[in-house]
Design a protein around this ligand. Structure first.
Ligand code: TRP
Length: 357
């Protein structure tokens, strides 16, 4: 008998276009595992609601990301690709699971604290300071600055996404590991409270090797939507060339074999991702013997990035124009995802004592 494939699930919030960091850090790896796992990839539009987006914008973003997923190689015949809000069972299970989640543990979650502080206009406390003031602020916040309850229960919703599909392998970025830890805790708690062996405990998907870090163009840190340092898959070549030519560098090496500063090292990291080993070696040698001209490096880098993104950008355009195809993909994805979700929910209701007469 063939072994059942392990269930992999990952989601992305629909809050903007996909960038090169998403592509190398996640999408390309997802594409590579589609044959070997029972893969489920979804667009977390309910999670996006936590920041109260404009409705038109939210819908447009869902469509963009869907097209970008597909254009990057996610295959609806191999993977279940769906939109979170198409699965009403998620909303119901979110209510049920919340009954087993403590507001204290949610309030202590790092991502919640960061986002709540932003809402309240507070800075992070210095080391050793207590969070008491912060908690008082949350409770006393006026209605304009309120921290919405959806933000607090973000980890419950994420746990539901995972547990409702009984996924065991969840590829996430470092910033999401705490949410995954909470998911395991909620699963354990539910199982032990009802004396069942119902929810499996999911772990991070280990792709092996060092994690791919994709730096931004602003000299420091990684590429991120909120950093404004992104190369988007939908960037046209001329936009992309401009962005790369404007990337931060330094005044150049003055002595042979000088150590490299972060802005320049970042350009080399991008070159390594998108170019050939020969090209990388050429520029490394030029850096080492001080003959490098950053303008040349950037020109090369821009063209190599374009060679990666341009076919994807064109496919995005084609897919966006094919509404029928998009509708078919999400309908098929929703059908598959709902089948499993409905089973899990029905059993969960039964376990919790919500039963039919
Ligand atoms: N919270 C994740 C993020 O912001 C997105 C997400 C929602 C997710 N539900 C998930 C990721 C379930 C993995 C599994 O990146």
């Amino acid at each position: 008998m063939t072994k059942q494939k392990e269930i992999v699930l990952s989601g992305i919030r629909s809050t903007g276009n996909l960038h090169l960091g998403n592509y190398y850090g996640a999408l390309r790896k997802f594409v590579a595992i589609q044959d070997d796992y029972d893969c489920n990839f979804f667009i977390a539009d309910l999670h996006a609601l936590t920041t109260n987006p404009d409705p038109e914008q939210l819908h447009a973003n869902v469509k963009n990301i869907l097209a970008e997923y597909l254009a990057s190689g996610l295959d609806p015949e191999k993977s279940t690709i769906f939109i979170q809000s198409d699965i009403p069972e998620i909303a119901e299970m979110y209510l049920l699971l919340n009954m087993h989640v403590g507001i204290g543990e949610l309030m202590r979650t790092t991502s919640f604290k960061d986002k709540a502080r932003k809402c309240l206009g507070l800075k992070a406390p210095a080391d050793g300071d207590s969070d008491e003031a912060f908690e008082k602020e949350i409770i006393g916040a006026d209605t304009n600055k309120r921290v919405n309850a959806g933000l607090l229960t973000y980890p419950t919703l994420m746990a539901v996404d995972i547990l409702i599909q009984k996924a065991t392998k969840v590829p996430v970025g470092k910033d999401q590991l705490q949410h995954l830890e909470l998911t395991r805790r909620f699963a354990r708690r539910f199982n032990s409270f009802y004396g069942v062996d119902f929810f499996p405990e999911p772990t991070d998907f280990d792709f092996g090797g060092a994690p791919v870090k994709v730096p931004g163009l602003d000299g420091s840190g990684k590429m991120g939507k909120s950093e404004g340092n992104c190369i988007y898959l939908v960037d046209e070549p001329k936009v992309l060339r401009k962005k790369v030519m404007r990337a931060v560098t330094d005044e150049g090496p003055k002595e042979p074999n000088s150590p490299m500063r972060e802005p320049v090292a970042n350009l080399f990291t991008l070159l390594e991702l998108t170019s050939t080993p020969e090209v990388v070696k050429h520029f490394r040698d030029a850096y080492a013997d001080c003959s490098i001209r950053y303008g040349d490096l950037k020109k090369q880098l821009a063209e190599d990035i374009i060679a990666v993104t341009e076919p994807i950008r064109q496919r995005i355009g084609d897919i966006m124009a094919d509404e029928d195809f998009l509708r078919r993909v999400v309908a098929q994805g929703a059908e598959r995802a709902r089948a499993r979700a409905a089973d899990t929910l029905a059993e969960m209701r039964q376990i919790m004592g919500i039963r039919k007469f």
